[in-house]
Design a protein around this ligand. Structure first.
Ligand SMILES: Cc1ncc(C[n+]2csc(CCOP(=O)(O)OP(=O)(O)O)c2C)c(N)n1
Length: 352
């Protein structure tokens, strides 16, 4: 029987078993669909708040988070929902969060992207002050090291965030203490309307690693396995006491900064180039088809299931109640004033 299977990529040379590769494609497709539908709902005035599209950057997110163990921790920023979903956030609760409902991760205290589930799957909630997740990831990694634990922390930020002092302090501290952390910079080439050349003066972000005494690599964010393999290598180094690494994953922000921004400052040729050559979803789908891991029928079935899951999660969110105003003061507080593991829905005690 004639076959168009690519002989160069044998089963032995693939970095993951076929089932995991298929799952990875499913996650890429889900993230792309989620992004497109959420943006459409935002434009129709049906999604309140803001939406930060990560379209075109799913290779960075899915590749990086797929290299983590369930007990490793992820420190994302506003554009990294695809990484959070890969780490295991529940689609229903994510949608409830966006609509400000009580079943969302913040129990209706916030809409938008400030999502996290630290006690559930070690995804730290997104914080606005960029890149504050970097120093906090240092703290988690220091705790793992002191406890003699082999867990690691992985933090993601954008290119613009590398110009902030906290980014440099975090990298320096992680190297001095040889912390088990992987630093991922999602270089989507723009911070709001500012392109790379007005953000920093080096040719790459990866080369900055040398200044801190850690390995630095640059990968193509349009190739999910390239990202995965780089992060996996860095994760293994961190886990076995080899300290931190910096990974710059290059992609392009296909949309504006958020739903309100038409991004007229972006050259159409640049966008065309990235959408044609560096689309992580299209590239991986074609690879798995050529390796015989999925068929066109599989892809159709996966697309249908994703659309159904999205609609079910949307309905779940809209059916979830809004919180009562007084719920803002409910929590699960210890006597000395610390916030502990979230109680069940609507439960908890008043803040001391
Ligand atoms: C310390 C700080 N300064 C400014 C901002 C406002 N701000 C929010 S997103 C953003 C752009 C960030 O760009 P980048 O880090 O490249 O991430 P991207 O949005 O491209 O994913 C800025 C300046 C902020 N949140 N925190």
């Amino acid at each position: 029987m004639a076959t168009d299977i690519d002989p160069a990529m044998t089963q032995q040379s693939r970095p993951l078993p076929d089932e995991r590769l298929k799952d990875m494609l499913g996650m890429l497709m889900l993230c792309r669909y989620f992004d497109e539908r959420m943006e459409a709902l935002y434009r129709q005035g049906r999604l309140p708040g803001a939406f930060y599209s990560g379209r075109g950057q799913e290779g960075t997110h899915v590749g990086a988070a797929s290299a983590l163990r369930a007990d490793d921790s992820l420190f994302p920023t506003h554009r990294d929902l695809s990484a959070q979903l890969t780490k295991g956030l529940d689609l229903n609760r994510v949608m409830a969060q966006y609509w400000g409902r009580i079943d969302g991760y913040l129990r209706g205290r916030d809409g938008n992207s400030h999502i996290g589930d630290w006690y559930g799957n070690r995804t730290f909630a997104v914080m606005s002050h960029l890149p504050i997740a970097y120093p906090v990831a240092c703290g988690a990694a220091l705790a793992y090291k002191r406890a003699g634990d082999d867990r690691i922390a992985l933090a993601i930020c954008g290119d613009g965030s590398t110009s902030n002092g906290r980014w440099h302090e975090a990298l320096n501290m992680s190297a001095v203490f040889q912390l088990p952390v992987v630093w991922v910079v999602n270089n989507n080439q723009f911070a709001y309307s500012a392109p790379n050349p007005v953000e920093f003066h080096t040719a790459t972000i990866a080369e900055k690693a040398a200044a801190y005494g850690m390995p630095g690599v640059r990968v193509d964010g349009g190739e999910v396995l390239e990202v995965f393999e780089a992060v996996q290598e860095a994760a293994e180094r961190a886990r076995s006491g080899g300290g931190p690494s910096l990974i710059e994953s290059v992609s392009l922000r296909w949309r504006g900064h958020a739903g309100h921004d038409p991004a007229k400052y972006m050259a159409p040729e640049l966008l065309e180039e990235y959408m044609t050559l560096h689309d992580p979803v299209k590239n991986f789908r074609e690879e798995l088809l050529s390796w015989g891991i999925v068929t066109k029928d599989d892809i159709d079935a996966m697309s249908e299931r994703i659309a159904a899951d999205f609609e079910a999660a949307h309905s779940y969110a809209l059916a979830s109640p809004f919180p009562e105003p007084g719920d803002a003061f409910l929590g699960n507080w210890t006597e000395d004033g610390y916030w502990t593991r979230e109680p069940g829905r609507g439960g908890g005690t008043e803040s001391p």
